[in-house]
Design a protein around this ligand. Sequence first.
Ligand code: MG
Length: 486
Amino acid sequence: MRPAPTILHLDMDAFYASAEQAAKPSLRGKAVVVGGLGPRGVVATASYEARRLGVHSAMPTAQARRLAPNAAYLVPRFALYRTVSEKVMELLGRLSPLVEPLSLDEAFVDLEAGGTADDSASARATGEGLRAAIRAVTGLSGSVGLAGSKMLAKIASEEAKPDGLLVIEPGTERDLLAPMSVRILPGVGPATGDHLRRAGMTTVHDLAEAGEAELVRLVGKAHGHGLYRMALGLDDRPVVAERDAKSVSVEDTFDVDLHDRVRVRAEVERLAARCVERLRAADRSGRTVVLKVRRYDFSTLTRSETLRGPTDDPTVVREAAGRLLESVDTTGGVRLLGVGVTGLADYTQEDLFAQAADARELAQRTREEEHRAPTEGDEENTPAEPGPDDAEPLAARRWPAGHDVHHEEHGHGWVQGSGVGRVTVRFEEPWSAPGRVLTFRVDDPLLRPADPLPLVRDAADYSSWPASLPKSRSGADSAEGGESRP
Ligand SMILES: [Mg+2]
């Protein structure tokens, strides 16, 4: 625990839904649900308007439709979210070399390591500056938590939502945590939460009172020790930049359970290729290959195999994942698959020619991947790699709800719905007034899919943000500079 609140946690507010509202003027102020729209689909993000109706992320979309029948239901547009995310992460990177992304819209930043804050006042100023920069560059709002540890910074941003900033002053964390639910602590999921509740512990205060020995008895040695420390607000975990991460993993959830063993195998191979792609992008290699399988009944298995040495070879990772799959019974159906590599080491180039061939293979696989079907985004629950850009079943893939289109006569719009040979389009742009709706035949030659438009048309110039320190500021800056000169 450091003495100043210089660990920053940023979390964009209802990220996917907010991006859709920014892109689609007619949806502002309305309930918007972004997620898988197929029979197994789950909500990735709900707008705050939809949350007031009881919709939340990870809820089955069918249930959301009962709670919010009039909400707009949209398929995720990951290409857009990634573009926005890159802009946000680029701003974070200017604050510190230590940025630890947790997902597309969430990250820790070590401000002290970046020299951008060293006390409460400078941390708050940096956090407010960041929020303004994000708003100007992306058109969206993000909430910021500042504290002396990662755990408390994340709690602070949660408390600050939406569109806020909260500083937890070091020294106040125990009082702040005491009345909160045990579920606020990292690692306390529904199962652990229930377990603790049955033992009469519902608040963080209850845990601190119970003492370490009692918690160890309840939840085991490793977890009990950590739980007790967290209840006291003690958390020394450092902010770890992605290049220093210990593992890389990707996973996909499927709209329909996979039963076909050949298909399961193909999906595992595809995930292995994607995982290696990310591994290489981070210039890393790893020793242990991990396979994760969630079955039809939600039971989740992980299997791992440790290799003799670190690898970033797609064939090696693919074959290891395939061997691991052989030890898993998938006869009831598979709902989610994941492939990861852990035990990372710095990347070493061994065979340039072999790598060039692999790169070609990966490029080919990536193209194939753009044409595959299922998945759901899961912005707020897992830091896993999101699915491909288009999450509609093949039958409906030409005009997924929410995706952009261009009509030769009417201009840019988005698909409001489609069915029985018709597609309904709302013609509007992020900077236009709410637009009108027109219906076309699905094979109208004047209508074609289009790329997303940027959310901000004339973004303010933030290229020199954050402002340099006063001593290196240019003389043209302000009269104040003159006054402060000796
Ligand atoms: Mg968020």
